[in-house]
Write a new protein. Structure first.
Length: 321
């Protein structure tokens, strides 16, 4: 009987929220004042100090303080799942600000490089078990729905996982957090193919030091560099099979530029037109592998930027020109 009562209380909490997640007002998911604190201002570009290496540009919808902090903690730690939608709407605004800054999605019609991929920074398995959900993933799903309703082709690609145990980040400074997380994330098997489906925006609920987002960017870029290398090998092999020796040498040179000494990972010296000449086919090739240029700005699989619901107040840039 006690179990039935607890189940009913949980269900009632989902259908009829007991209080505002931000200020505690009765019978509302998020009161108008708290919604304004969360989404009432334009998203800001944020930059943690010191900035971790490899951190993409980050935009946040709000400052991590007061009502916004309370709402995020209610969603994350107390299972107030009805807050996912307003938090997702705030995240969607930060995503739009970030991709707008780099010029993605300009013009009309479907984007030629595929959907915008929202890649959430994952929680540890222990945290997911303890909380009963993955907060960043849930908010990302809500944000993707918000973006689609606004005409932005977006979907969630939850392809990152923890590859090793990490210490609790609470109480660690920026350097300790960076050391704690380096090499901690990996892309799940098959995730590389998913990441080729469109440009990437890394998403999370909160940014403090930026170490988690920097590690997520590293993991995505590493898989992307490996996928680029495989594409160049296939292009070069196709050229050799076709007897196009000069083009084959171009492919080998591109491979050397990627993997040779002094190479910059993730950059391949091959153009879209070169790809067509080398393969003799349009995009996709005989084996279905995309031959789009892997590192054009805004190309499929690029880490365009990062977006979060909230950021520490001292990480908001003063000069946003």
């Amino acid at each position: 009987m006690e179990g039935v009562r607890r189940w009913w209380q949980d269900l009632a909490g989902l259908v009829l929220p007991a209080e505002c997640g931000g200020c505690g007002s009765a019978r509302t998911v998020l009161c108008p004042q708290c919604r304004t604190a969360l989404s009432g201002a334009a998203p800001f570009r944020v930059r943690p100090v010191p900035e971790p290496p490899g951190l993409p540009a980050v935009h946040a919808a709000a400052r991590y303080a007061d009502e916004v902090r309370a709402a995020l903690l209610a969603h994350k730690e107390r299972g107030a799942l009805t807050l996912a939608r307003p938090l997702g709407a705030a995240l969607a605004g930060a995503v739009r600000a970030g991709v707008g800054e780099v010029g993605w999605g300009e013009g009309e019609g479907p984007h030629p490089l595929g959907d915008l991929l929202l890649v959430p920074v994952p929680s540890t398995r222990a945290a997911v078990r303890a909380r009963g959900h993955d907060p960043a993933r849930r908010i990302a799903l809500a944000a993707a729905g918000e973006l689609r309703r606004a005409g932005v082709p977006a979907r969630v690609a939850a392809v990152l996982r923890q590859r090793r145990a990490v210490a609790d980040q609470a109480g660690l400074d920026s350097r300790q957090r960076l050391d704690n997380l380096v090499g901690a994330l990996t892309v799940v098997p098959g995730g590389a193919r998913v990441l080729c489906g469109g440009p990437v925006v890394l998403v999370d609920d909160v940014v403090t030091t930026g170490a988690s987002l920097a590690e997520a960017a590293r993991a995505v870029r590493a898989v992307r560099a490996a996928a680029a290398a495989k594409r160049v090998v296939r292009v070069a092999a196709a050229a050799k099979r076709a007897g196009q020796g000069e083009s084959g040498r171009c492919g080998e040179e591109a491979m050397g530029a990627l993997c040779g000494e002094g190479a910059t990972a993730g950059y391949v010296g091959i153009t879209r037109e070169d790809s067509k000449k080398l393969s003799g086919v349009e995009e996709g090739g005989a084996d279905g592998v995309s031959l789009r240029p892997p590192d054009d700005v805004g190309g499929a699989g690029d880490v365009l930027c990062a977006a979060v619901v909230a950021a520490s107040p001292d990480s908001f840039e003063i000069n946003r020109n």
